[in-house]
Ligand binder design. Structure first.
Ligand SMILES: *[C@@H]1O[C@H](CO)[C@@H](O)[C@H](O)[C@H]1NC(C)=O
Length: 184
């Protein structure tokens, strides 16, 4: 999974995901070596929580940015968080946190049950994606109150409380959540 951010008037986010997990062999936490699109190798942490019906993927990009992806299957919500390292010599704080929330489509990603069953025979093997998904572009210009978003998914609060001033969603998603009474 990888994310690039382009800031303009509204926050535009370009994400692309790839599945690197399907050929692995129950542990709820797995560390996998994966090759990023730029050819570099990074370690990806895969976690499944069957009780909460959620999964988490996390890896560090070459520039040091920590990318966390959370899928909440109960609430059909997906969360992308980026922790971008600041430039300390320029007086910036240690990292900048950004969070992006959107609806999770059905069968969009491996289920928490399947992920919990994954094992790998050789942890040193570098995995490459078996499936490359097209780039998706999201235009997110609605700021989300992380405290109130607890009602929608507790995972939003847990994941995005470090990004209180920088958590966004799409207008259409916000409207959907309002229509289904999961307002915040
Ligand atoms: C978010 O909601 C909480 C609870 O209603 C409120 O106390 C807080 O001021 C809100 N934050 C912002 C930035 O509006």
């Amino acid at each position: 999974m990888s994310a690039r951010f382009v800031s303009s008037g509204s926050v535009r986010v370009i994400f692309f995901l790839w599945a690197s997990v399907l050929s692995l062999g129950l542990s709820s936490e797995l560390k996998v070596k994966v090759r990023l699109p730029d050819g570099r190798i990074t370690e990806e942490l895969l976690e499944a929580d069957s009780e909460r019906d959620s999964i988490t993927l996390e890896y560090r990009q070459t520039d040091g940015t920590l990318i966390t992806f959370v899928a909440d299957f109960k609430q059909d919500v997906k969360i992308f968080r980026a922790l971008i390292l600041g430039e300390l010599e320029r007086g910036q704080s240690q990292y900048q946190a950004l969070c992006f929330i959107t609806r999770l489509g059905h069968n969009e990603i491996i289920s928490s049950e399947s992920m919990a069953r994954l094992r790998q025979k050789n942890p040193h093997t570098v995995r490459t994606a078996e499936e490359k998904r097209p780039t998706e572009t999201f235009s997110m210009n609605v700021a989300v109150n992380v405290t109130l978003a607890w009602q929608l998914s507790a995972l939003i609060y847990n994941t995005c409380s470090v990004a209180r001033d920088a958590t966004y969603t799409r207008e259409a998603d916000m409207r959907h959540w309002l229509d289904t009474g999961k307002c915040f």
